[in-house]
Design a protein around this ligand. Structure first.
Ligand code: NAP
Length: 236
């Protein structure tokens, strides 16, 4: 069922893990997917797999901490497609394992730049294209750590609590334009991302998060979901 045919989706962190699963899912639904991460080779692999499956994608390697690169991305999308229907701000880094008082300013800055400033820069760059068409979805991949305390992961938790505030506020700013902004907050997902949970049996799969994104972007236009909290069920 290719319900997103004709739509353009931008997914950050598309080279592996949750972003890879989301990209493949959106391509399967018919969207042309712009794949973002730093590792161009990984993106090319994902791109190849999408095209082999009959989907449409292109790679745009960039560092999301680079404001100019994000401006260039937005210009390229405007030129090539003239629209942006879906933005998934998924890329994120962890930096867990030390208490806040032992966390270096460099680590703090890297976490904030990737997890919080980058979604802001991406929305700043791409929301105007959505406003122009009077529709669009922005989905920010947050975390249950954006609702709970995270011992030895304070910078990460702070970035995700911040991302939730950004999400709910931007949703109010953009809803009048028909642009819907949502957060997805998973518990531990079975990816290579640094995680506190060691027992893989309890983990959510990347495809479960992709299912939620698919549900959000196929929601009827008169309503939107503010946030989904995604938890694992029993041990498998
Ligand atoms: N896994 C979990 O347990 C879990 C739970 C809740 C929430 N989340 C959230 O889900 C999101 C994805 O997590 P994941 O588990 O899929 O992580 P992952 O497997 O480590 O993948 C992260 C992706 O982000 C990209 N990335 C990181 N820094 C970047 C930068 N500066 N510029 C461009 N791309 C960058 C990476 O590619 P490059 O390194 O090539 O740039 C990679 O493609 C994150 O926001 C994370 O906080 C994860």
């Amino acid at each position: 069922m290719e319900v997103l045919t004709g739509q353009v989706a931008v997914v950050t962190g598309a080279g592996r893990g949750i972003g890879e699963a989301i990209s493949k899912r959106l391509a399967k639904l018919g969207a042309a997917v712009v794949l973002i991460a730093r590792d161009a080779e990984r993106l090319a692999e994902v791109n190849g797999q999408i095209e082999m499956a009959g989907g449409r994608a292109e790679v745009f390697p960039l560092d999301l901490r680079d404001e100019e690169a994000i401006t260039a991305l937005a210009n390229s999308i405007k030129e090539r497609y003239g629209r942006c229907d879906i933005l998934v701000n998924n890329a994120g880094i962890g930096a867990m394992g030390a208490p806040l008082h032992e966390t270096s300013p460099d680590t703090w800055e890297a976490v904030m730049a990737t997890n919080l400033r980058a979604p802001y820069l991406m929305i700043r760059a791409l929301a105007p294209l959505m406003i122009a068409t009077g529709s669009g979805h922005i989905i920010n991949i947050s975390s249950l750590a954006g609702h709970n305390p995270l011992k030895n992961g304070a910078a990460y938790a702070a970035s995700k609590w911040g991302l939730n505030g950004l999400t709910y506020s931007a949703a109010e700013e953009l809803r009048d334009y028909g642009v819907r902004v949502s957060a997805v907050a998973p518990g531990s997902v079975n990816t290579s991302f640094g995680s506190r949970v060691t027992d893989a049996g309890w983990k959510i799969q990347s495809e479960d998060v992709a299912n939620v994104v698919a549900m959000l972007v196929t929601q009827s236009p008169q309503s939107f979901v503010s946030e989904v909290l995604l938890r694992p069920t029993r041990k498998h």
